[in-house]
Design a protein around this ligand. Sequence first.
Ligand code: FES
Length: 56
Amino acid sequence: MYVCLCKAVTDGQIRQLVDEGARSWSEVRKQTGCGTQCGKCACVGKQVTQQAIKDA
Ligand code: FES
């Protein structure tokens, strides 16, 4: 599913970044642009990132 519509970021993309070594929301944000435009997705983006890190 899309987490961020502004930057077209999916939860799958976030999980993949974590798989590839991203270990924080700010890293994911920097790499995808998620949450950097309207900011509405920041809360969900952060949750997805933290869950992915927990599962990693
Ligand atoms: Fe992610 Fe707007 S939906 S910045």
